[in-house]
Design a protein around this ligand. Sequence first.
Ligand code: PGA
Length: 250
Amino acid sequence: MSRKPIVAGNWKMHKNTNEGINFASSVQNKLLKVGNVTVIYAPPFTGLFQLKVSPPYHKSAQNCHWEEKGAFTGETSVSMIKACGAEYVIVGHSERRQYFGETDELVNKKISAIISSDLDPIFCIGETLSQRESGETASVLKKQICDGLNNIESLSSIIIAYEPVWAIGTGLTADAEQIEKAHSHIVNVVSELYKKINVRVLYGGSVNSNNADQLIKIPKVDGFLIGGASLDVESFSSIVQIVEDNEEKK
Ligand code: PGA
C-alpha cells in the first residue's frame, strides 16, 4: 500500500443514489488533476453499487457484518460490499459505537472479516471528552487498537482514523499538539503489535476547508476522514486540493 495521503468523505446517512453520483461527478469536474491523494467516498449502502469511480477515486462502505451470509436481517456482508466495487470499509466509527452498540469485540470481528476479504478497514478510534479530561486518552486509544486487532496475526498495512469523539460534528478540532501526540502514540502501539507495518493515521473531527491546510501539515497526519464538510462539493473539493498541493510541495 502506498503512502499517499487519503481524503475520505463519510456521507453518513446523507445523499441518495443520484445525489451521490452527481456529487462525485461535480467533484471530479472541479478537480481535474488529482495525482497525490487517494480520495474515498463512503456513501450509504444504497448508493454504493451505482457510484462508479476510478482511481484516484475509490469507494468505501460505512459498516459491515462479520459473517459471510445468514439470517441477519438488515445486515450487509463484506463480500456483498466487495461486489459493489468498494475497496474499504469504515469500522468502529464513534456513532456506531455510541448508537448501535458496536463494541471493541464486534469491531475486531468486522476487521477480521474485512481483511480476510482483502479489503482495507478504515479503523476509527478516539476518546470521549471525559476520557481526555481524566488523562485516559493514551490508554483508551491503546485498548481500542489492541482489542480491535486482537488475534489478527499478520498485517502489513492499516489505516486508522483518529477521531476524538468530542470533535466530531461539533466544530471543535483537536489542537496540533494533541493530534501529533495521539497519532505518534497510535503508530507506536501498532508498530509494537506488528513489525514492518505501514500505518497511515487519518485525522477526523470537524475538518473543513478553513482548517485543512493547518491540519495536514501536522506531523504524522496522513489525511482526513471527513463528515459534514464532505457533503458539499466546494468544501470537499477544496480540502482534496489542499492535501494535493501540500503533497506536491513535499
Ligand atoms: P465531522 O465528522 O467531520 O462532521 O466532524 C467526522 C466523522 O464523523 O468521521
